[in-house]
Design a binder for this molecule. Sequence first.
Ligand code: FES
Length: 455
Amino acid sequence: MGSHLVIFEPAEKEVEVPTGTLVSEAARLLKIEISQPCGGQGRCGRCLVSVKKGTLRRRSTLRLTSEDIEKGFALACQSVIEGDVTIFVPPQEQIERRLSTDRVAAEIEVPGWYYYDISQSIKRYRLTLSAPSLDDQRDDLSRLRTALKKQYNLSNLIISQSLLKKIGRKLREKDWEVTLVVSDVDLPYEDRSAVQLIDVIPGHILDFEPLWGIAVDVGTTTVTLWLVDLRSGEVKIQISEYNQQISRGEDVISRIIYSSKDQGLEELQNLVIQTVNTLIETACERMGIYELKPIDIVKACISGNSTMIHLLLGIPAQNIRFMPFVTTVNDVPPLLAHEIGLNISPDGIVDCLPGVASYLGSDITAGVYSSGLDETQKVTLFMDVGTNGEIVLGSRDWLVGCACSAGPALKEPVLSMECEQPMGQLRRCGSVMKRMNPISGSLVAASRLGYVGVV
Ligand code: FES
């Protein structure tokens, strides 16, 4: 097996790859963007490139006419490099549709039941510590723990290694006066609770000053972010952006297939994290006078279909696609922002709302909860028609849900070539009544997240 020189135009970039490498793979090595809406299955025909010099072996020509082949066109995801070759990559299709989902924050009402003191798990505590001396040589962390216990009766403080590195400086910066930002934590399998330290801010922050959180809905097509002042419950900004994963597949099945490829999962995770981080930066910029920085955001609440949540967290999603269609996790335990690369306070809490099953994700539990469907007397239908469609029918006594691929089912490539697959997706229909009860269902989302979870 030899290696071959591949030159990409018009970028004028080249790479040496072994025999058998796909054109899409060679392009990826050079960070050349080739859109792969069907996830590289050879179905959509939209990863078209043309051969300028040399030859490629076309594994599939399903989406090419004989005229295309004569002119040197090939599908990047289906063409194998077996010799030196020069490939032209036409400008990738730009998504020109303007998102119309940005709304002014004033349109979003604060829920009547939101009270910071009882609804929110993130709290701030002002502490004044005694300074160390030759008579009192306790270490900084013990000093912090003792003050927290004494002044607020809180024990079991959990602190990350990254914060441990900073507390020595932060405690001394304002003469042992600090404000702690902490989150309640229920320790699994232990009959006690704890508080996770999120940040140590030198000096005393006054109660009326905002405490920032975000709610994020990760859709297959669109990602929407709400910036919220957790103290007042007010939504300050709502913005949306296309999920950058679109170029690697338009529906969840294509994304799962793409994620199964070499480094596909990592790539898809990076793309969606980049989308969310861009939204965070834009939201902060729009806050103008507050001079808000992403690092000031201490909590992120995330909903999305089960595949999107898996890909966001870098969890393999293949099992969602195959019988018996199980996820790795429906109710993700709280994570820290730096663990998944979210650009907020590094120890900020990332809380994913609980989903129900492979195709009834946390976007649906959040929707059912916030619409009040689980409290109605009359039988009511809840519909979420996105790229993936889900419906939930029921009342306060029972709930039934099902899901299918909605958007792609209406598109020409799927209808003409792949009718079987979307129909196969219409399989998840079962009672979710038990899972929707206040213990494990949508109400958990609300109690855990306070306001942000149901924005
Ligand atoms: S045909 Fe190559 S990505 Fe769809």
